[in-house]
Design a protein around this ligand. Structure first.
Ligand SMILES: Nc1ncnc2c1ncn2[C@@H]1O[C@H](COP(=O)(O)OP(=O)(O)OP(=O)(O)O)[C@@H](O)[C@H]1O
Ligand SMILES: [Mg+2]
Length: 231
């Protein structure tokens, strides 16, 4: 469902200097695969996730998402493809404090121009139910704990039933117990909806619970292995 071919990314530093951060990444992710992306700080994990999520554009190579080459897509087409096929969970949840929890969950559909129908609200409430927070639907995000807010962010990421969920250190700010809960939620949605998940984690314990672990060091994939007893 995702294929990277010699993907490269350089950043402009100052006026003249280009620094290459990703040096020709070849990588494939199959439908429903639950994969950990690990590697030292500064190795390029977030950069890679931003490219895969069509939030940023590569400086070389090609990225196929759902069989479609994406390099040549214009902004509108990228936004549409991103909205329909990718869900994001970030380290900091980026919930909007001015809106109730339920509205935050509905946001991905609303920004795509969907009408706020009874059906959409039902879907949002179902997801909140699934993450154990249906009773908090009318509260503001800051009335919830960090772990609860991250579970709201996961419900939000799943609203459009994306084929791919990208999670950048979703448990980085959580205590062990909340981290386990958040991780298990990603796992259960992966099983239930069959969405592929690519999750950046610094926690070897959590990485061992994925199907596969890929290792990024200095902008190169240096390891790719199946986990014996994933999940
Ligand atoms: N917008 C930018 N402009 C210039 N350089 C950048 C930019 N974003 C990232 N970099 C550089 O690219 C490299 C990779 O950064 P990236 O954030 O992808 O690493 P990471 O693996 O996610 O690290 P961490 O584990 O700390 O989150 C770093 O050297 C960083 O300084
Ligand atoms: Mg990062």
């Amino acid at each position: 469902m995702l294929r990277l071919q010699q993907l490269r990314k350089s950043y402009q530093v100052g006026t003249a200097l280009q620094v290459e951060v990703l040096h020709g990444i070849d990588f494939e992710l199959r439908r429903g695969e639950f994969t950990a992306l690990v590697g030292p700080s500064g190795s390029g994990k977030t950069t890679l996730l931003n490219l895969i999520g069509l939030l940023d554009t590569p400086t070389g190579g090609e990225l196929f998402l759902l069989e479609r080459p994406t390099r040549e897509l214009d902004d509108a087409a990228r936004t549409a493809l991103r909205g329909s096929s990718i869900g994001f969970v970030f380290q900091f949840h980026h919930l909007i404090q001015a809106f109730p929890v339920l509205d935050n969950v509905l946001m991905p559909a609303l920004v795509q121009g969907a009408r706020r129908s009874g059906e959409l609200e039902r879907r949002g409430l179902e997801l909140l139910q699934a993450v154990g927070l249906a009773a908090h639907a009318r509260k503001r995000p800051n009335e919830l704990s960090g772990g609860q807010q991250q579970r709201v962010a996961i419900a939000r990421a799943l609203l459009t039933r994306p084929a791919l969920v990208l999670a950048d250190e979703p448990t980085g700010n959580l205590d062990t117990h909340s981290a386990d809960e958040v991780f298990e939620l990603l796992r259960s949605f992966n099983r239930e909806f069959g969405c592929a998940v690519l999750v950046v984690t610094h926690d070897p314990r959590l990485a061992q619970r994925c199907d596969r672990i890929v290792d990024l060091v200095d902008g190169r994939l240096v390891g790719d292995r199946k986990v014996a007893a994933g999940g």
